[in-house]
Design a protein around this ligand. Structure first.
Ligand SMILES: Cc1ncc(COP(=O)(O)O)c(C=O)c1O
Length: 389
């Protein structure tokens, strides 16, 4: 008998966003709005920084926690952008992407059989990483109250068991575009403290926030409320703010003991993010604000264009999102959202992500990423409208 793949590996469901994308990738002429990225290339100043870093010899191994110079830049970033003081030597791990930060952090807090509460609809990788660590993700759907998503604290309270170790939320949310207010965060932190849970905040979309007084005002970070002794972990990435999805660079911020252990474990996973990519990350943080501001204005226009188009389509309801770059409309006729997206793909060549991929509360909706160029969005909205008619 040949050995089989471990049952724990087989038990992690395949991403249903990927499943749809894999069909679309074999087709021509598809308007691809299923992934969370724009078609804007990485800004030239970041590319040049990577080329220079290679020429300067940044092609060797670095520290497991990342280059000290990048961690210094990250500490400076938090001071300037959030007014939060962090210790670059003890409170950061640079990772090879946001998803690697998520995976490493979850591995540090979940033992086999432990439970994690996950606010959904959410990007599936959080729950899947809990499953990969042989834990159990308990999904708690965020209800839509009026025109704003909320947190169901009653359901959270009811879901806590002696095995619960973690509460994971995403703000700004993928796919909802919901942004946790400071008050929401205070309640989440109180809840986590009271039940002695780790509170993990996925803040990878923090710069894509449309509610602040300035276009570049970030979404509130949990790090501002929490003390450095709180059991709080923040997941971060260069992918979304700096158009660096393919570079694979992220970081986590956490309590010192977790950071110390995550740093050591990183050795066995990727050791560290690529050296020259880390150098490029330093430059991105240093000079990113102007381009970020331009991108945010374009994203906001795209959001409003798509919202307006969707509001004219029959059977479509869509709350206005405050952050990230997604719309998550509920569509009559999309009760089986995977089947709906597949038909839309085959008939109209529009590729959207099915709501079912995002867990509890997601079925019946579809996710549209509006970070694409305007002409693509215009065509996609026209085709979706025709398809719904
Ligand atoms: C909520 C959320 N967290 C984390 C990530 C990870 O980003 P990356 O692995 O590209 O850094 C994504 C990417 O789509 C995301 O949507």
């Amino acid at each position: 008998m040949t050995p089989s793949v471990a049952s724990s590996a087989l038990s992690v469901p395949h991403s249903r966003i990927r499943e749809l994308a894999e069909i679309a990738m074999g087709m021509d002429g598809v308007l691809k709005l299923y992934f969370g990225e724009s078609n804007v290339p990485t800004p030239d100043y970041i590319k040049r920084a990577a080329q220079k870093a290679m020429a300067d010899g940044f092609t060797f191994y670095t520290e497991n926690a990342g280059l000290p110079s990048l961690r210094n830049s990250l500490a400076r970033y938090y001071k300037e952008v959030h007014g939060v003081e962090l210790d670059p030597t003890a409170e950061f791990v640079v990772t090879a992407s946001g998803v690697q930060a998520l995976s490493l952090a979850i591995r540090c807090v979940i033992d086999p059989g432990d439970e994690a509460l996950v606010l959904t609809p959410a990007w599936p990788n959080g729950a899947s990483n809990v499953a990969l660590a042989n834990g159990l993700a308990i999904q708690i759907a965020q209800p839509l109250i009026g025109d704003r998503y909320d947190i169901d604290f009653r359901a959270l309270e009811a879901a806590v068991t002696p095995r619960t170790r973690l509460l994971l939320y995403t703000s700004p949310s993928n796919p909802l575009g919901w942004v946790a207010t400071v008050d929401d965060q205070r309640r989440l932190l109180d809840f986590a403290r009271r039940h002695q849970l780790w509170l993990m905040a996925d803040e990878v979309y923090e710069r894509l926030n449309y509610t602040g007084p300035k276009p570049t005002t970030p979404a509130p970070s949990i790090l501002k409320l929490a003390t450095r002794d709180d059991a709080v972990i923040v997941i971060q990435s260069f992918s979304k703010s700096y158009c660096m999805t393919g570079w694979r660079l992220g970081w986590l911020v956490a309590r010192r003991d977790l950071v110390a252990r995550a740093t050591q474990l990183n050795e066995f996973v990727v050791s560290h993010a690529s050296s020259f990519v880390q150098r490029a990350g330093e430059t991105a943080l240093l000079w990113g604000e102007t381009i970020l501001c331009e991108m945010l204005m374009r994203l906001k226009e795209n959001r409003d264009f798509c919202l307006n188009a969707l509001s004219k389509m029959p059977g479509v309801t869509v709350p206005k999102p405050d952050g990230a770059f997604y719309l998550f409309p509920k569509i009559e006729g999309a009760e089986d959202s995977f089947d709906f997206c597949k038909r839309l793909l085959m008939d109209a060549k529009v590729g959207l992500a099915p709501g079912v991929a995002f867990g509890a509360g997601g079925e019946g909706s579809v996710r549209i990423c509006y970070a694409a160029d305007r002409p693509i969005l215009e065509q996609a909205m026209a085709r979706l409208s025709m398809f719904l008619k």
